[in-house]
Design a protein around this ligand. Structure first.
Ligand SMILES: *[C@@H]1O[C@H](CO)[C@@H](O)[C@H](O)[C@H]1NC(C)=O
Ligand SMILES: *[C@@H]1O[C@H](CO)[C@@H](O)[C@H](O)[C@H]1NC(C)=O
Ligand SMILES: *[C@@H]1O[C@H](CO)[C@@H](O)[C@H](O)[C@H]1NC(C)=O
Length: 361
C-alpha cells in the first residue's frame, strides 16, 4: 500500500523529473513546461480521485510479485499492455446506397483501465516536439513503408506529404528526409527479409550515434519466398543477437535495485498484418500465406524472444491485432490495410515513446 506521503513525494518527483527526462529526449523548453503542467494537473487529479475508483486503487496498491515496489514501473508495463486497445469507427458514405461504409477513424477504447493511462493522439505540434532533433530509422517491407507514410503525414501535414509520396513509393527503394523545422532525420530502409535487418543492425555496431527511434519488421517476404518457419526463427535469432549488442550496458541503481539503462535507442518491432487468404492477389500467396503458416511464423517471434512481450529487447507494434480488428473492410488485397491502421500504429508508437521517456529519469 502507498501512503499519502509516498504518493505526494512520488508526484513531486514525477513533476520534477519527467520534464527533465524529456529534455534528454530533445523536447523544447516550452514543451517541457507544457508537459510539466499537464503532468502536474494529471497527477493532481489522479491523486485526488484515485480513492474514489476502486479498480484504480487496487491496481496501484497491488505490488507485482516480480517487480520492485515502484508504481512507476508497474504503471509503465500496465499502460504498455493497454496501448493496442483501440477501436475503429465506421463512417457511412454520403450516398443513398446504404451499404457503403468506410472505416476512417479510430480511438482508444473507453474502458476505465485504458482511460487511466491517458493515451493521447498527438497533434502535429506535439509529435514534432517529441521528435525534435531525433533520428528515426524505419526498416522493413511495405508495412514499414506505410508506417513511414503515416508518420510523415502527421509531421509534415497531408499536403506536403502528397508532394513526396511519389519518391517514397519508388518500388523497393530506400528513402530519407530531413525535416528542417524540427531537425528530424528520418530514414526508411527497404529491408524485406529479416536477414536484411540483421545486416542493417550490424552496420550500426561500433558507430558513435544510434537512431533515437528504431522501428523494424519483416516476415511477409520470408513467408512467401522461403516459407519455412524454422528458417524464419533462425533469422530472428541472429537479428536478436545483433540487436542486443546495440543495447547499452545496464547499471544497477544502488538504493532500489532497479536496472537503469544508460542510453538506449527506442526499439520497436512491426508485427505482420492479418492476412485474409481469400483476398490475396495470387495463387502462390493464397497457398503459402495461410493462417497456419502465419501462426507458425508469428510464434517464432516469441520463441526467439525478440519482443518485450516475451522478455526481448523490442516493443511489438501489433499490426496484426489492429488489422484483424479493422477487418476485411480495411483492405483491398488482404495484406495492406487502409491508412487508418498505420495511423493508429504511429500514435501507439508515439505514446510508447512518451511512456518510455517518463522512464528515463
Ligand atoms: C451506389 O453504389 C453503386 C456501386 O457501388 C454506384 O455505382 C452508385 O453510384 C451508388 N449510388 C449512389 C447514389 O451513390
Ligand atoms: C526544436 O529544438 C530546437 C533546439 O532545441 C528549437 O530551437 C526549436 O524551436 C525546436 N523546434 C520546434 C518545432 O519545437
Ligand atoms: C536482402 O536479403 C536478400 C537475401 O539475403 C538479398 O538477396 C537482397 O539483396 C537483400 N536486399 C537488400 C535490400 O539488402
Amino acid at each position: 500500500m502507498f501512503g499519502a506521503v509516498q504518493v505526494g513525494l512520488f508526484a513531486a518527483g514525477v513533476v520534477l523529473f519527467v520534464p527533465m527526462g524529456m529534455a534528454g529526449w530533445h523536447l523544447s523548453r516550452n514543451k517541457m513546461l507544457f508537459f510539466s503542467c499537464a503532468l502536474f494537473i494529471t497527477l493532481f487529479v489522479g491523486v485526488h480521485l484515485v480513492p474514489y475508483f476502486p479498480s484504480v486503487t487496487s491496481f496501484i496498491s497491488t505490488p507485482s510479485s516480480s517487480l520492485p515496489p515502484s508504481s512507476f514501473i508497474v504503471n509503465r508495463d500496465y499502460c504498455f499492455n493497454l496501448l493496442h486497445q483501440v477501436a475503429f469507427d465506421y463512417q457511412e458514405l454520403g450516398n443513398n446506397n446504404g451499404s457503403d461504409s468506410i472505416i476512417d477513424s479510430w480511438k482508444w477504447v473507453d474502458s476505465g483501465n485504458v482511460v487511466g493511462c491517458d493515451f493521447q493522439k498527438l497533434s502535429k505540434n506535439d509529435a514534432s516536439d517529441l521528435l525534435n532533433g531525433s533520428w528515426v530509422v524505419v526498416a522493413g517491407d511495405s508495412q514499414a513503408r506505410l508506417v513511414v507514410v503515416s508518420l510523415l503525414e502527421l509531421i509534415l501535414g497531408e499536403n506536403k506529404m502528397e508532394s513526396i509520396r511519389g519518391d517514397l513509393f519508388l518500388r523497393h527503394s530506400d528513402y530519407d528526409i530531413f525535416v528542417d523545422e524540427i531537425g528530424m532525420k528520418l530514414d526508411f530502409i527497404w529491408a524485406p527479409y529479416v536477414s536484411n535487418l540483421t545486416d542493417l543492425v550490424h552496420g550500426f555496431q561500433g558507430k558513435t550515434r544510434y537512431p533515437d527511434v528504431f522501428v523494424m519488421g519483416a516476415g511477409l517476404w520470408d513467408m512467401l519466398h522461403v516459407n519455412k518457419a524454422s528458417d524464419y526463427g533462425a533469422s530472428l535469432r541472429s537479428l536478436k543477437d545483433s540487436v542486443v549488442l546495440l543495447l547499452p550496458v545496464a547499471s544497477t541503481n544502488d538504493d532500489s535495485n532497479v536496472v537503469v539503462p544508460i542510453r538506449s535507442p527506442n526499439l520497436f518491432w512491426l508485427g505482420m498484418p492479418k492476412l485474409i487468404s481469400s483476398m490475396l492477389n495470387t495463387d502462390e500467396k493464397r497457398e503459402k500465406m495461410s493462417d497456419v503458416t502465419w501462426q507458425a511464423f508469428n510464434d517464432e517471434l516469441y520463441k526467439k524472444k525478440l519482443v518485450q512481450q516475451s522478455g526481448g529487447p523490442m516493443f511489438l507494434l501489433d499490426i496484426h491485432s489492429l488489422s484483424n480488428n479493422c477487418g476485411a473492410r480495411c483492405t483491398s488485397d488482404g495484406m495492406h490495410y487502409n491508412s487508418v491502421v498505420y495511423e493508429a500504429i504511429v500514435h501507439i508508437m508515439l505514446n510508447g515513446l512518451l511512456i518510455e521517456s517518463n522512464q528515463k529519469l
